[in-house]
Design a protein around this ligand. Structure first.
Ligand SMILES: CC(=O)N[C@H]1[C@@H](OP(=O)(O)OP(=O)(O)OC[C@H]2O[C@@H](n3ccc(=O)[nH]c3=O)[C@H](O)[C@@H]2O)O[C@H](CO)[C@@H](O)[C@@H]1O[C@H](C)C(=O)N[C@@H](C)C(=O)N[C@H](CCC(=O)N[C@@H](CCC[C@@H](N)C(=O)O)C(=O)O)C(=O)O
Ligand code: ATP
Ligand SMILES: C[C@@H](N)C(=O)N[C@H](C)C(=O)O
Length: 437
């Protein structure tokens, strides 16, 4: 018999957590069997119990072979409904955020600031989709005072689905950029899709935060009405900070006059910092503590991360790439003072019909920069070569050619930017960059 969500919730309350993967299972969890492109996890229900799960939730009756295997109509929907059921029991602020770029960094910074004063729970890593958001919500226990939920999308409707699960009380959009253009159907589609967070906050009496310096976001916010609107970024507004240096690392002057040194590079990361400062101030975190939260945050996972390789300093930004973040990273790197500079750039995915012109635009931007080496990899990046006839460019249709080139050329005392879409996995170049070849 199909179990109701409220009965499932009573069982969840006796569990140590929730898991969707028998390869990473922990004792006494509730295992949800999901279906994906590679596996039907109903097949792993018994294995989940054997590995220590307290219950396994399946959506095909033939797998109900134990009293602790529970049947639901649809495993994914049940996971989402359970998360929302749990959400409704948590009477705490939920800060929801989305945007084309800077979500993870803004989320980590916001968490770092708020955790100076509160017990917080923030999305782990990048668990930001229709599976990741429910898992995040279900990991929040009653000791948590503020939740920070990152929401990702690659098409319209995604954010709508996520806000209905996590019901944010507060929220902001980091920015609107040229990311996932294929699924969103262009920039207007991105605005509409990301705007689903604003629609929810508007309809539910929530609080919106908006950086006044971002005209697109201001227009989107001003097109809706909100119970509470917190505008920041400009002198005289709710909160402002002054960018003093952006490269190699952002240094800013805070409202309390402190000069704060961050571990983040580029003016684009200053925007992420200001988001976190505004939210911290709203929730009553003192300026000193908020600044401490910002200066303590050090990026990892290949997002704007400086790595020393022999005599070379590598700016690893290979977690993802799209026209907005690629342009921001190139422009920032161009401003960096160094004797020798190299860029290793890979394809940007999910751009649909705009892909050739967006790659070409990156070539045009590179033609205005001053780099000693330009290495471009991937079939899409070929379009970036055209605007660079007079420059010394090395183009490789695949990573193999790029690796061979790096093996054959001894690169020393050079600053190197590495950026490309996740699917390119450009972190593979790291072993070739320590100048030992
Ligand atoms: C469904 C799932 O969680 N899959 C993960 C799994 O994939 P796998 O290759 O093993 O195969 P299946 O998906 O077919 O598996 C089905 C289930 O079977 C489980 N299972 C498998 C084998 C086994 O021995 N035991 C098992 O229990 C399995 O765990 C499945 O539950 O493993 C992969 C490797 O770890 C994971 O990568 C895969 O995760 C998928 C992709 C996923 O969506 N995970 C979420 C928890 C998540 O939040 N992932 C984020 C990335 C989110 C993201 O891409 N965000 C985008 C925007 C969102 C767009 C949205 N519309 C979308 O389509 O997602 C952004 O730009 O930010 C992360 O992992 O970082
Ligand atoms: N405010 C910003 N504007 C433009 N680009 C940015 C901004 N913040 C970060 N980036 C770029 O995007 C990269 C990824 O940052 P981050 O992981 O914070 O974004 P994200 O939106 O979470 O991406 P994803 O959802 O793919 O993880 C950074 O390394 C940087 O190149
Ligand atoms: C990894 C995923 N969240 C993402 O950002 N995809 C784009 C297309 C990328 O990899 O650059």
């Amino acid at each position: 018999m199909i179990i109701s969500i409220s009965d499932l919730y009573q069982k969840y309350l006796t569990c140590s957590g929730v898991s969707t993967d028998t390869r990473k299972i922990e004792k006494d969890v509730m295992f949800f069997a999901l279906k994906g492109p590679n596996f039907n996890a109903n097949n792993f229900a018994r294995q989940a119990l054997e590995k220590g799960a307290a219950f396994a939730v399946v959506d095909e009756e033939q797998y109900v072979t134990d009293e602790n295997i529970l049947l639901v109509e649809d495993g994914l929907k049940a996971l989402q409904q359970l998360a929302n059921f749990h959400r409704k029991t948590l009477k705490i602020p939920f800060v929801g955020l989305t945007g084309s770029n800077g979500k993870t960094t803004s989320k980590e910074l916001t968490n770092s600031v708020l955790s100076q004063k509160f017990r917080t729970y923030a999305t782990k890593g990048n668990l930001n989709n229709h599976i990741g958001v429910p898992l995040t919500v279900l990991a929040i226990d009653s000791s948590v005072e503020i939740a920070i939920i990152e929401m990702g999308a690659n098409k319209q409707g995604d954010i709508q689905e996520l806000v209905e699960i996590c019901e944010p009380t507060h929220g902001f959009i980091t920015n609107i950029g040229k990311a996932h253009l294929e699924g969103f159907g262009g920039m207007e589609g991105v605005k509409k899709g990301k705007g689903e967070l604003l629609d929810f906050l508007s309809a539910s009496g929530g609080t919106v935060f908006v950086n006044q310096l971002n005209e697109i976001l201001m227009d989107m916010v001003n097109a809706r009405s909100f119970q509470e609107k917190i505008e920041y970024g400009q002198k005289g507004s709710f909160l402002s900070a002054k960018l003093l240096e952006e490269i190699p690392f952002v240094i800013y002057e805070a409202e309390n006059g402190e000069q704060v040194h961050s571990h983040l590079t580029g003016s684009y990361n200053f925007e992420n910092i200001v988001n976190a400062l505004a939210i911290g101030k709203y929730f009553g975190v003192s300026a000193e503590k908020a600044n401490k939260g910002i200066s303590e945050y050090n990026p990892d996972n290949n997002r704007s991360q400086f790595v020393q390789k022999g005599s070379n300093l590598v700016l690893m930004d290979a977690y993802n790439a799209n026209p907005s973040s690629m342009s921001a990273a190139i422009t920032n790197f161009n401003n960096l003072k160094a004797d020798k500079k190299m860029v290793i750039l890979g394809d940007m995915f999910e751009l649909g019909p705009d892909s050739p012109q967006e790659h070409e635009a990156i070539g045009k931007l590179l033609s205005t920069c001053n780099f000693d080496y330009i290495l471009l990899a991937g079939t899409l990046m070929q379009a970036a070569v055209k605007p660079l006839p007079l420059m010394k460019v090395n183009y490789f249709p695949d990573k193999f050619g790029l690796h061979v080139w790096l093996q054959d050329h001894e690169i020393k005392n050079t600053h190197i930017l590495v950026k490309g879409s996740r699917g390119m996995g450009l972190e593979s170049v790291l072993p070739f960059l320590d100048g030992k070849f």
